[in-house]
Design a protein around this ligand. Sequence first.
Ligand code: NAI
Length: 271
Amino acid sequence: MAENLLKGKVGIITGALDENSIAWKTAIKAHEQGAKFVLTNAPIAMRMGAIKELAEQCGTIVIPADATSLEDIEKLYAEAKEYLGGNFDFLLHSIGMSPNIRKGRSYGDLNYDWAMKSYDVSAISFHKMMQVAEKMDVMKEWSSIMGLSYIAAQRVFPFYTDMADAKALLESIARGYGYRFGKAKKVRVNTISQSPTKTTAGTGIGGFDAFFNFADKMSPLGNASAEACADYIITMFSDLTRYVTMQNLFHDGGYSTTGISEELMEQFKDL
Ligand code: NAI
């Protein structure tokens, strides 16, 4: 598909760890649609090397940056602006990590230092990226900033522990900064609430296979794939969605508005 939806647009894509990452698929599609961008990830993720292959494929560079560090973000924007030749049309925040989930801590047994890390990496970094962008004045008018969320921000998914709170904060930041950036410079800010997706971040969550399959059976269209999510992100970066802002957009095959599906009813009828 080469409609050139992003022709002439430049931006930054965070979070491409490997070919399963939502950000990875987004980079490939953004490249196909004519965008120029730089890739970035935490220095630790960089050592795994895969992102360099993606950069080659997309004809671009990788600039390491820890999204929780204001200095790293400042350096990222300065170098990206230099490389891309000007201010940005889009920013993708595709970052999430919870030490509590990684180490199997339940919601009633959180390590609070780790919880603060989860909130900082998964949510406050979104605010940091926007605050630094505003202060450095690196966003163009009518540019688009996206983050990625999950329905555990609104409904209880017990295995999602402190990431549920991080996602609620992320969505709130999208509204708060969306208002501010809209007024200041007509920049739009949204989150996409994505179906469970088989990525490193996704499959690290306890019971992932069960809730992936459950969501797939619940959703009339089935779970949305990472690739489909990337398509949605591209449309949100394009000029076709210029008045969408401060929204949490469900991209979940209908999951969030389905009470029960026939497939699931079938499984419970004889209990
Ligand atoms: P992924 O594991 O491929 O991507 C997560 C990325 O966050 C990695 O590239 C990782 O290096 C990066 N990261 C972690 N700490 C960082 C830091 N301090 N600074 C900069 N980058 C850092 O997994 P996925 O699924 O593509 O995750 C992308 C986003 O999508 C996350 O916000 C995730 O919560 C969200 N999401 C994922 C779902 C899923 O089921 N996989 C469902 C709904 C939302």
